[in-house]
Design a protein around this ligand. Sequence first.
Ligand SMILES: NC(=O)c1ccc[n+]([C@@H]2O[C@H](COP(=O)([O-])OP(=O)(O)OC[C@H]3O[C@@H](n4cnc5c(N)ncnc54)[C@H](O)[C@@H]3O)[C@@H](O)[C@H]2O)c1
Length: 258
Amino acid sequence: MKREKQYPMKRLVRRVAFVTGAGNGMGKAIALRMAREGADVAVNDLDARTLGRVAAAVERCGVRSLAVAGNVADPGDVDRMTRRICKHFGRIDILVNNAGILYPTRLMDISDDEWRRVMDVNVNGVFLVTSRVLPSMTRHRWGRIINMSSIAGRSVSTIGGAHYTASKAAVLGFTRAVAKEMGRFGITANALCPGMIDTAMTRRTISNPQLERYCRAYPIARAGTPDEVARLAVFLASNDAAYITGAALDINGGDLML
Ligand SMILES: NC(=O)c1ccc[n+]([C@@H]2O[C@H](COP(=O)([O-])OP(=O)(O)OC[C@H]3O[C@@H](n4cnc5c(N)ncnc54)[C@H](O)[C@@H]3O)[C@@H](O)[C@H]2O)c1
């Protein structure tokens, strides 16, 4: 009997990934998962020291890494980082726009400055990095863009303020627009919409008892792990997801149904 063709063990061999906000949480988990799947990974975060540790962990997976510290909301930083990655690796195939910030501030207490800060990182940052990476992807006629939205973008944030919800909804619209315009270049763009994930962002914002109370109500009655989200990001970056674009994938333990 003819044996079914085996999938290669690693799904991202010879790809170059760029993950923003990779010093912690989901960004770090995504960088490491992509490295284990064979991709070379450029990692970004604000703080060079934590980033160095993540880059070293990426290299222990047997691939190449590059740490590019900088602010995704600063056009100068983004120009410098993307130029450096393209010089080092020759191209960028996979972009994960993961860097994000959250404040739990109630609507009537949000200052103009705080509103702008959230939009700057969560929305403008996604645009800036995407716009600088697209020339490399169009040149190679292949690309995967994965934008970190949230269940907040589909509904309303449980723990973040109105600025956070608005920013994550904007990411969904931007993702669809990128998917529409860039499909003809072999580029897909999709968004991830995680629910409550156990990261520093969540722990900074709510107490342990609050977290347990929220999670108890979910059909899968626990918080998600960064690695569970990372596995979904790897799928979207792989050839298995070639016909998925403009989508927003939920990963929330069933929270959205409640
Ligand atoms: N934790 C959750 O439950 C949850 C749920 C849905 C979506 N998200 C989103 O997922 C993403 C990752 O969240 P997380 O929970 O891992 O957060 P985290 O705070 O643990 O990690 C985010 C990382 O982004 C970095 N960062 C922040 N601003 C930056 C900037 N301007 N430039 C570069 N790096 C910057 C931070 O330094 C940090 O290392 C965010 O976009 C967040 O909004 C989180």
